[in-house]
Write a protein that binds this ligand. Sequence first.
Ligand SMILES: Nc1nc2c(c(=O)[nH]1)N[C@H]1C(S)=C(S)[C@@H](COP(=O)(O)O)O[C@H]1N2
Ligand SMILES: [Mo]
Length: 404
Amino acid sequence: MTRRGNDREMLIHRCPLLDTVDRRAFVRTTTLATMPIALGLGRLLADPPAKNNDEIALIPRQKDPLNLEFPFRSLGSFLTPNKLHFVRNHFAEPELTARTWRLEVVGAVKQRLNLTLDDITKMAGRTQPVTLECAGNGRAYLDPKTKGVQWELGAVSTAEWTGVPLSAVLEQAGLRSGAVDVVLEGADAGEPSSEPKPIGKIHFARGLPLDKAMKPEVLLAHRMNNEVLPRSHGYPLRAIIAGWYGMASVKWLKRIVVTDRPFRGYDQTTDYAIWERRDGLATLTPITEMQVKTSIARPAPSEKLSAGKSYRIHGAAWAGESDVSKVEISTDGGGTWKAARFLDRAVPFCWRRWEYHWEEPAAGKHRLLARATDQYGRVQPSKRDADRRNYMIGHIVPLEVLVE
Ligand SMILES: Nc1nc2c(c(=O)[nH]1)N[C@H]1C(S)=C(S)[C@@H](COP(=O)(O)O)O[C@H]1N2
Ligand SMILES: [Mo]
C-alpha cells in the first residue's frame, strides 16, 4: 500500500462517525478530497439508529401485488433509508429499461413530446425531501374493519427526491387553452378489484388539476436518497406530488395526457375518493392533500414499560401542504395534554419528529394519546368521519400501554 493509502486508512480508523458505514466500501470509493461529501448528511441521516441494521426490515402486508410497510417503531432518522421506505403497489411491478423507456406527453398540448431518460436527466433539476403517506395508512385500526391493505402505522416514509419539475416538461410541450387536468399514467396494468370498474386491464393513472401540476414542489423524480430510483419505487421515473397522499405520486410513469375536462378514472372515483358534503349534498371527490396527523413510534403497540422508570415517547407529525406547529401528548386518556418537543425544524412537505419524556409512569394500564396541530390551527379530530370510507385515517387513535 502506498504511503498516501496508509494515511487514508489511519484517518478513517480515527473517525468515529464512520462506525455506521462500511469502512471498506468507503475506502474503495472515496478519496480524502471527497470525504466530507461522502460523510454528508444524506447518508448519515438515512442510516437507522440500531446497531445491527439487519434487525430492521420492511413488514410484508401483501405478496401479490407486493405491499410492504415501514416498521414505524424503528423511526430514528428524518430520511427513511430506501430499503425501509414503504411500498404500495396495485399491480405487478413492471420491469423497465432506460434504453427503451420513453415518456410521452400528449393531449391538449401544442407539441407532443417523446422524451428519453437522458432528455430528462439533462434538464435543470432539483432535490427535495418529501413525506409520502398512503391514504390507507392506519386502516388496521378502523372499527368496523374495512377492505383494503391492512396498514398499521407505517404506510408513511420520507425520502429525498431528485428530478425535474413537472411544470418544465409541460412548458416544453406548451399547454393549449382549455387544459384542465394533467393525467399521469403508469406502465403497470391489471384488472381492478372493486365495482364499478371497466372491463379488462387498465393502467394505474391519476389526474392532477393544472394549478397543482404547475407548482414547484411537483417533481418527476429519477433519484431517491441520492440513489437511482429503485424498481419498487418507480424506476426509471415517477411523479412526486408533495403534500398529497401517495396515490397521486404515480410510479413507472410512461405517459402524460393533458385533458380539457376533469379526469374521472378508476383511481380517483371507485378508488381513492371520499364523500364530501357540499350544501348538504354528498359528492364523491378525489382524495388530494394529506391531513394533519401524528403517530407514536415508541412505545409501540403492545410494548411493556417499567414502572417508575422515565420513558422517552417519540414519533412524527405531518400536515400535507401545511406545517406542523404543535404536538401534544396525553398519558391519561385525554384528561390533560402537554407539549412535545420537536426534533426537526418545520421542513415543507415533510414530517417533523418529536419526543416527550414521560416521568416515572405508575404501574397499571394507561391510555396514551398524541395529537398534532398545523400552522392554521387545524387539529386532528378525535372521532372517525365515516364519509372518508376506508381512506384518510387521521383521527386520534389511543394507544393502550401496560406499565409493570
Ligand atoms: N404506477 C403506480 N403508481 C403508484 C401506485 C401504483 O400502484 N402504481 N401506487 C400509489 C400509491 S397508492 C402510493 S401510496 C404510492 C406509494 O409509493 P411508494 O411505493 O414509493 O412508497 O405510490 C403511488 N403510485
Ligand atoms: Mo396509497
